[in-house]
Design a protein around this ligand. Structure first.
Ligand code: NAD
Length: 478
């Protein structure tokens, strides 16, 4: 029953595989820092040795440009590995906590123990990064893993399956390829942790399934990440950063800037700068952006049609195309398209766009922009561009989102010291670096008492006057 192959697993062998990981997960509890580092290093070596294979798979899946694969699929993973190797000893060390007065005489520490057997379900949009990234956290934390990559990027998923079969035995890490049924079969099992990256709709399904076994979850979800461009923003700088952040991976990024709220005084000028930036980055020879080797394609025709429908529906309701609008269904190409005169009754302002459409809305006061953001579900990321620190502080305080970037976008994904993730509709739990390690660890509080001594000796029944006085003073003073 080799599952680390392209073979599609049945519910029965998924269960057998799950059972086979249990003894390994118990065994891995006692693994030293060095043993975990060996596992991380062999993943890193495989990636370095197979960089071209990874690029080829992504190119075949949705024409992802090689430099983008290097930057957004390989670099974040190698950086995650290097960061874990460097810090693992510190992360694994039990942390002493101070002793509160009523606990005098005891010592206490927090031990981070591996949760056990984990499940990683990943999406198609950064199929290598978002599968292997969480695996690094799982391995660093000492967990075994079953992995379900996306069926929508078959070349990368096959490659991941091959990679894992070359690096691990199935009772350590296993890849289960297949469609939604495979995911559903996996979700029936009592994993110790589920790390899911995908849409809020499927996140709810995952959380319901996890509730059945009271399995902990990390849900890395999506949604509409807004941009606020204030009146004093550097427009050229903002436009260039936004065009890169939006069009890397052809807009198919969970933290892509989804729509722009621009102060009315800079609205038109920002659009002009965005056109200039698009031309400069993707069409310097004026041949058309479809000729750019640096623009990925929409992952499949279903998503192509979904996006075309957003544009057509917006235009039918009065939306205007300020730039772009061309498409080619044969190659799933959609030109970067800036939409103006959009309103809340349009799909493009209701659904996560996840593609190269950029709607723009003018605002008059910052309070109005903040109210707009707060009228929507809490986003995964919020981007504020402006020079006034009081105004950026106001935006930080008066809105809620998984992450905020001031005067840039998207790049926070690469900051290994920051927790990455959403809040409510955009996610539960955090990833990256120590925060990812923590997701796969149980924070076990360990208290040590001296033999024979016990702080509560005087508080045992029968409760006499002394005990009552001590309890009263505990409530009063502690
Ligand atoms: P998706 O939710 O459709 O699928 C994700 C995974 O879940 C896939 O492996 C799929 O096979 C599985 N799945 C799909 N339907 C299922 C079901 N009914 N039951 C069980 N499993 C099921 O997401 P997607 O289309 O692959 O990715 C796009 C979404 O992911 C966007 O919303 C995006 O914002 C989000 N995303 C979030 C992050 C993040 O880090 N927060 C990163 C990338 C993508």
């Amino acid at each position: 029953m080799p599952l680390n192959t392209s073979e599609k697993p049945s519910a029965i062998n998924i269960y057998q595989l799950f059972k086979s990981q249990h003894p390994t997960s118990l065994n891995w509890r006692t693994a030293s820092v060095e043993e975990r580092i060996v596992r991380l290093k062999k993943i890193r070596t495989w990636i370095k040795d197979h960089q071209q294979d990874i690029r080829d798979a992504l190119r075949k899946d949705f024409n992802k440009p090689e430099p983008e694969t290097d930057l957004t699929e390989i670099f974040p993973v190698t950086s995650e590995i290097n960061h874990a190797i460097k810090n693992l000893k510190k992360w694994m060390r039990p942390k002493s906590v101070s002793t509160p007065l009523p606990m005098l005489g005891t010592t206490a520490k927090i031990h981070l123990e591996p949760k056990g057997t984990s499940l990683i379900i990943s999406p198609w949009n950064y199929p290598f990064n978002l599968t292997i990234g969480p695996l690094i956290s799982a391995i660093a934390a000492g967990c075994t893993a079953m992995i379900k990559p996306s069926e929508m990027t078959p070349y990368t998923s096959e490659l991941i399956s091959r990679m894992i079969s070359e690096l691990f035995s199935e009772n350590e890490v296993a890849v289960c390829l297949g469609e939604v049924e495979v995911s559903q079969a996996l979700l029936k099992l009592p994993f110790d942790h589920i790390f899911f990256t995908g849409s809020p709709a499927v996140g709810k399904i995952v959380m319901k399934a996890a509730a059945e076994h009271l399995t902990s979850v990390t849900l890395e979800l999506g949604g509409k990440s807004p941009v606020i461009i204030d009146a004093d923003a550097d427009l050229k700088d903002a436009a260039e950063k936004l065009i890169w952040g939006k069009y890397v991976n052809c807009g198919q990024t969970c933290i892509a800037p989804d729509y722009i709220l621009a102060h009315e005084s800079v609205y038109e000028a920002l659009i002009s700068e965005m056109k200039v930036a698009l031309q400069k980055m993707y069409d310097p020879a004026f041949k058309g952006i479809d000729h750019s080797p640096d623009m990925a394609r929409i992952v499949n025709n279903k998503h192509f049609q979904r996006l075309i429908n957003y544009v057509e529906e917006a235009v039918s309701k009065g939306g205007e195309i300020a730039f772009g609008g061309k498409s080619d269904s044969k190659t799933n190409y959609i030109e970067p398209t800036i939409l103006t005169n959009v309103s809340d009754d349009m799909l493009v302002m209701q659904e996560e766009i996840f593609g190269p459409l950029f709607p723009m809305i003018p605002y008059t006061t910052l309070d109005e922009a903040i109210r707009y953001v707060n009228s929507k579900p809490k986003p995964l990321a919020l981007y504020y561009f402006g020079k006034n620190s009081e105004k950026s502080a106001k935006v930080l305080q008066e809105t809620s989102s998984g992450n905020v970037v001031v005067n840039d976008c998207v790049i926070h994904f690469l900051h290994m010291e920051l927790p990455f993730g959403g809040v409510n509709n955009s996610g539960i739990g955090k990833a990256h670096g120590f925060h990812g390690f923590l997701a796969f660890s149980n924070e076990k509080g360990v208290l040590k008492q001296r033999v024979g001594l016990n702080n509560v000796t005087l508080l045992r029944p029968p409760y006499g006057i002394k005990a009552k006085q001590i309890i009263a003073s505990l409530i009063k003073w502690f």
